[in-house]
Design a protein around this ligand. Structure first.
Ligand code: ADP
Length: 191
């Protein structure tokens, strides 16, 4: 399976990504997690990414694309993968198309978690208290949402046009959302 999980910041992508990836026996690849790991290890990539992340801006496409390309070239991603947090721009969509075409496979489905934006600001502020992420202040959260609406939401129509979009209600209990995603994906034919 080659899957994308999309949704606004705070929609619960990271939580659901792990469950879905385990279900299909594929790695969950989270660009946010990879960036954060690089930041905490102080790698050159981390140093480059940090200033964008702290401001709530997207890391430049060339940097992100190269990082994803390297990750999906790894052996564990050959049977498939679930992308969490990528692609986020139209340029990333094109780049990903090229990466997947090169392997002779295709993208099987794009799952979008639909949520109530005001409710998720509360969720993110709560996460800020628990996890202490540097980019979880209210101003930065609102900015991340605005950038999502402007740059990432248009991707939904691109994938709808290809007939591979699946919208799932992301509100409610974590387990219920997981169940909804499984139900929707279990009928998707794998390429
Ligand atoms: P969120 O909770 O906002 O969805 P993520 O953990 O997915 O956060 O990402 C955190 C930050 O990492 C983003 O705000 C952005 O700066 C950077 N980032 C992650 N994925 C991408 C991407 N595909 N393109 C550009 N920047 C990205």
């Amino acid at each position: 399976m080659r899957l994308i999980l999309m949704g606004p910041p705070g929609a619960g992508k990271g939580t659901q990504a792990k469950f879905v990836a385990d279900h299909f026996g594929i790695p969950a690849i989270s660009t946010g997690d990879i960036f954060r790991a690089n930041v905490s290890q102080g790698t050159p990539l981390g140093v480059e990414a940090q200033r964008y992340m702290d401001a709530g801006d997207y890391v430049p496409d060339e940097v992100t694309n190269q990082m994803v390309r390297n990750r999906i070239d790894e052996p564990d991603a050959q049977p498939g993968f679930l992308l969490d947090g990528y692609p986020r721009t139209l340029a990333q969509v094109q780049e990903l198309d090229g990466m997947i075409a090169f392997t002779g496979h295709s993208l099987d489905a794009v799952v979008v978690l639909t949520v109530d934006e005001d409710e998720i600001v509360d969720r993110l502020l709560q996460r800020a208290l628990v996890e202490g992420r540097a980019d979880d202040t209210e101003d930065v959260i609102r900015k991340r949402q605005a950038i999502y609406s402007e740059q990432t939401e248009p991707l939904i129509e691109v994938y709808r046009g290809r007939g591979i979009l699946i919208e799932v209600n992301g509100m409610g209990e974590v387990d219920d959302v997981t169940e909804r995603i499984f139900e929707a994906l279990d009928v998707v034919p794998q390429s």
